[in-house]
Design a binder for this molecule. Structure first.
Ligand code: HAM
Length: 424
């Protein structure tokens, strides 16, 4: 029996994992630079958490959730996104007592039963951030600034920030009426999906991939904003401009999750084709209350790690050398094993990555293996070296070899690595 991975999932290894480690490292670093702390929530939650927050009528809840009953008869769902779980955890653990605002980041797998294609998976991974407890446009600016710093830290160039404001529940009533009126006039021309959404979730019609022209001419949310929402949006854009953060307004940007209010944004990468949204988010001022907590404004974003890796590769960016084997230690017989383990251990105490051979294969095979692992040096210990209390140190880049006394071997190897600027 041969087992295969489930459709829409990926094994991530080899060269690919170097990109993933790089992206995740930059995500954590950037988050910390902005004072965001990591949060880890469970992979599954009660189904109701998502129907309540993401919204009954959204594609995610209607078609895409991995929902199952556990043996206790509870309806559980593999998390399709990270915002609702973060807010659930915030409320449940009374984190509000630690003062406001609070800033969180997370990295982890999410699950949506979508039609798989390049950049769209059923198990995908997000880096997300959430800022809870500020209604100010400054918070919106901070979140965009963090997103931009993060993408810049990856070296990405070909991306563009799109923003919009979808207002609050108050101004949205009027807007939805206007939209209904407009789409009633075009009802005969819209696709079957849109006809269904016309009743249940009219704003989704705006980002229909089929009826693009009709959507483009539809009334825009910004034309219906109440005074407070308008002021918020104007101040947000004004600060972005003052900070020279380039963005474009997209009146049709409405997002696929129901919890959003006011500012929404998306960052698209120009070389990615259909799945070009590498990062997206916005404000969700009603969510905390909706989930049973204090009425707190909040906002955030999430970026798809698969898409970020595709974007880095599409721009052919160099990412830092990520070595997991600087030194390969080769004992040539049973007696040399103890010395090999000792020297490996001393090197690791200096934060040098070492693989010690555990198969006792012939030296030629070992050296080939060391080269394949991109090791920089090999340490060889045979009968003669044991007798003389020395080791052979082979520089695998220059192909030079020296015999060094055992007690100086660690310093010698450290020097080689430092000279090659691979270690400090
Ligand atoms: P979202 O737009 O559903 O928002 O997802 C955010 C990002 O996750 C997308 O822009 C994309 O890069 C990635 N993504 C989504 N679905 C897939 C998929 N099937 N395969 C690969 N990548 C995918 C949210 O999830 C919100 N929770 C973001 C947020 C945080 N809003 C406020 N705070």
């Amino acid at each position: 029996m041969k087992y295969e991975r489930i459709k829409g999932t990926n094994d991530i290894f080899g060269e690919e994992i170097i990109y993933w480690n790089f992206v995740e490292r930059k995500a954590a670093q950037t988050s910390k630079l902005f004072g965001y702390r990591e949060i880890r929530t469970p992979i599954f939650e009660s189904t109701e958490l998502f129907t309540r927050s993401v919204g009954e009528e959204t594609d995610i809840v209607q078609k895409e959730m991995y929902t199952f009953n556990d043996k206790g008869g509870r309806s559980l769902t593999l998390r399709p996104e990270g915002t609702a779980p973060t807010i659930r955890a915030f409320i449940e653990n009374s984190m509000i007592n630690d003062g406001l605002p609070q800033r969180f980041y997370y990295i982890g797998p999410m699950f949506r039963y979508e039609r798989p294609q390049a950049g769209r998976l059923r198990q995908f991974h997000q880096f997300g951030i959430e800022l809870i407890g500020s209604a100010e446009p400054l918070a919106d600016v901070e979140v965009i600034q963090l997103a931009k710093s993060f993408l810049d830290s990856l070296g990405l160039n070909s991306y563009k920030i799109y923003v919009n404001s979808i207002g609050c529940p108050k101004c949205r009533v009027q807007y939805k009426n206007a939209l209904k009126e407009y789409y009633s006039e075009h009802y005969g021309e819209i696709c079957e999906d849109c006809k269904k959404r016309f009743q249940s979730n009219i704003m989704r019609l705006l980002d229909c991939k089929k009826d693009v022209e009709i959507a483009q001419k539809a009334p825009k949310t910004v034309e219906y904003l109440c005074d407070e929402c308008k002021q918020h949006y104007e101040k947000f854009k004004h600060i972005l401009k003052s900070l020279n953060i380039a963005f474009e307004e997209d009146g049709n940007l409405v997002r696929g999750l129901d919890y959003y209010t006011r500012t929404v944004f998306e960052i698209k990468h120009s070389l990615l084709g259909a799945q070009s949204a590498i990062l997206a988010g916005g404000r969700y001022d009603g969510l905390c209350k909706e989930l049973g907590g204090t009425d707190l404004p909040a906002l955030g974003f999430a970026a798809g790690i698969e898409r970020l890796v595709l974007a880095i590769r599409s721009e052919q960016l160099q990412i830092p050398h990520d070595s997991y084997c600087d030194v390969y230690v080769i004992p040539l017989n049973e007696q040399a094993v103890i010395k090999a383990f000792e020297i490996s251990d001393s090197l690791r105490k200096r934060e040098i990555n070492v693989i010690t051979d555990v198969n006792l294969r012939p030296i030629k095979v070992q050296l080939k293996h060391a080269n394949r692992l991109n090791a920089i040096t090999a340490i060889i210990i045979g009968d003669e070296e044991l007798l003389k209390n020395t080791v052979q140190i082979k520089d695998l880049l220059d192909q030079t070899q020296s015999e060094v006394e055992f007690e100086y071997a660690v310093d010698y190897v450290s020097d080689i690595l430092r000279n090659k600027k691979l270690k400090n």
